[in-house]
Design a protein around this ligand. Structure first.
Ligand code: HEC
Length: 187
């Protein structure tokens, strides 16, 4: 009787350790370097967006915060804020990424577009011509008066520097309107 009990006990122990502790976890080593493109929310509307470039494919699904999983690799109509993107593969393994959607004022959003389009490569993607880089929002905002001086008023000379690269009157007006509104991120 005593022997039988011990036998039963050791068998059940073996089963537990086999299915639980020793089973290889199918999610071990699953880690994604998430590549995404986002647009900020502009003005008072919830109009930010996130598009995932990697990982994508039939077996991958996505959710934001506590929302439901979806197969589409993009999210629209996002309010400004911090989001947790969860990525799930066909085995149910998940990985997450933290993404912040900023809030831009409509005038600043236009200026950011102008700077992104016309001030690179000299002042963008790490460019530091004249000691100025405009990759970050703060890099643009703190330099508002010099951006207006060089790209609108051409003092002391025109920016961008390339021949025939002067901004159009419409683009210059975007900078003027933002400066007059207070030259902040939310203007
Ligand atoms: C083709 C390269 C090039 C492009 C494009 C360019 N810049 Fe420059 N920028 C320079 C160089 C070179 C200097 C340093 C010489 C000088 O100040 O003229 C400079 C200097 C500056 C400075 C610092 C000096 C100062 O006067 O305060 C500002 C501000 C500036 N640029 C703004 C702009 C803006 C705004 C744009 C886009 C609308 C732009 N630049 C596009 C090459 C460029």
């Amino acid at each position: 009787m005593k022997l039988l009990l011990i036998t039963v006990f050791s068998v059940s122990l073996l089963i537990v350790s086999c299915t639980g502790k020793d089973a290889p976890n199918p999610c071990n080593g699953i880690q994604y370097t998430v590549d995404y493109f986002k647009t900020e929310a502009i003005g008072a509307a919830a109009n930010g967006s996130i598009t995932i470039n990697y990982p994508i494919g039939d077996t991958i699904s996505y959710k934001l915060n506590t929302g439901a999983y979806q197969s589409a690799n993009f999210f629209n109509n996002l309010a400004p804020g911090n989001y947790v993107l969860t990525i799930k593969n066909s085995r149910g393994c998940t990985d997450t990424a933290q993404i912040t959607i900023l809030n831009y004022g409509p005038k600043y959003a236009l200026v950011k577009q102008v700077v992104s389009g016309f001030c690179g490569p000299c002042h963008r993607n790490g460019g530091m011509s004249g000691g100025k880089n405009f990759d970050t929002d703060s890099g643009i905002i703190v330099n508002w008066s010099r951006i207006k001086a060089r790209a609108v008023d051409n003092i002391p000379t025109q920016m961008p520097q390339l021949p025939n690269a002067m901004l159009t009157p419409i683009d210059k007006q975007k900078i003027i309107d933002w400066v007059n509104a207070g030259h902040r991120q939310l203007d």
